[in-house]
Design a protein around this ligand. Structure first.
Ligand SMILES: [Zn+2]
Ligand SMILES: [Zn+2]
Length: 352
């Protein structure tokens, strides 16, 4: 099959032939029809991680490049002999974060926290920037049913990631303010999922005032622009006081530090973004405020099923999506890198 491979950091992906994936005993092979572009694809493409005072780490040039892409929709084209109840041609959304299936995390349904080296699509195995992907068990292929493939694809990362992060704040009252930092693809999805869950006090923050309209359209009750140079006092004034719940979809030194300052007593901030950097905490304020700082990474298969159900029930306002031909993946990566994308870019398979 053809796969678009990242031979060196930040260079154009090259379309090459690689071995076809196999279904195995209980797995599936899926022909990729759509694949969303995520900021973690960009991080992988650049190969750089900002670890604050531990330095900026550059990963070695990949010896065996893996096709990126983990927001995958496609159709089943092969099944292992043990698979029951599925059919060839069935359209599915792929859960890409599968683990070893044997460790404590995997056994409790938390594949995303697997202790073993990653097997995830787009990271440990060829992902959606290839013509086909394989999953080791049919359960990882959630029926697409009547959902539009370009709107469903982002549920496999953006959707389940926000569901998992929101779960860390539950239970909460429908009118309790929840601050969401960042109104990019994941931040907008979070607004949309919170709204679909019945939440009625969603406060979206983004440094780009131009994202306010999309945030409101997704279901935000309020939007606060936080351009460079804005002070925490300014934001607190706009918020009319401290808050108990913050989801940070940027997670940079600046946003995390601001989130900490916005937290009221007993408050919780959940760090979801992959921007990187460092936050220094006054420890006495952490104790005195009984504050919680928590991380959250992707989500579980149940989280994906949850957001797919919300979408199928018509409760999830779709975020803006632009569909581009898969052959234009390099242009799409550059657009995402330039920060000019509203919502999500989704690659569509076409003629090579
Ligand atoms: Zn992602
Ligand atoms: Zn595992």
């Amino acid at each position: 099959m053809k796969a678009w491979l990242n031979h060196d950091h930040g260079e154009m992906l090259r379309c090459e032939d690689v071995a076809d994936p196999q279904a195995g005993e209980s797995g599936l092979v899926i022909r990729v029809t759509h694949c969303g572009l995520c900021h973690s694809d960009l991080h992988r493409w650049h190969g750089i991680s900002d670890l604050g005072s531990r330095g900026v780490v550059r990963r070695p040039r990949p010896e065996h490049p893996i096709a990126m892409g983990h927001e995958i929709v496609g159709e089943i084209i092969a099944m292992g002999p043990e698979v029951k109840g599925r059919s060839l041609g069935e359209k599915v959304i792929v859960y890409p974060w599968f683990g070893c299936g044997k460790c404590k995390a995997c056994m409790s349904g938390q594949d995303n926290l697997c202790r073993e080296p990653t097997r995830s699509l787009g990271f440990g195995n060829h992902g959606g920037f290839a013509e086909k992907v394989a999953v080791p068990h049919e359960r990882y292929a959630v029926p697409l049913a009547e959902l539009s493939p370009e709107h469903a694809a982002p549920l496999a990362c953006a959707g389940l990631t926000v569901r998992c992060a929101i779960r860390k704040l539950e239970p909460f009252d429908a009118d309790q303010p929840i601050v969401l930092i960042g109104a990019g693809g994941v931040g907008l999805t979070a607004i949309s999922v919170l709204h679909a869950l019945g939440h009625r006090n969603i406060i979206s923050l983004d440094r780009d005032a131009g994202r306010g309209a999309a945030a409101r359209a997704a279901g935000a009750s309020h939007f606060i622009a936080t351009p460079e140079g804005i002070t925490t006092a300014d934001v607190l004034h706009r918020l009319e006081g401290k808050v108990d719940a913050i989801l940070d979809f940027v997670n940079s030194s600046v946003t995390a530090t601001m989130a900490f300052e916005l937290l009221g007593k007993g408050g919780r901030m959940v760090q979801v973004g992959l921007y990187g950097g460092e936050m220094k905490l006054p420890l006495l304020l952490l104790t005195g405020g009984a504050l919680t700082v928590q991380g959250s990474i992707t989500g579980t298969l149940d989280d994906l099923r949850d957001v797919v159900t919300l979408a199928r029930d018509g409760k999830l306002p779709p975020i803006p999506v632009s569909v581009v031909p898969r052959a234009d993946v390099n242009d799409a990566l550059r657009r995402l890198d330039a920060g000019t994308v509203t919502g999500r870019l989704v690659l569509e398979a076409g003629q090579i």
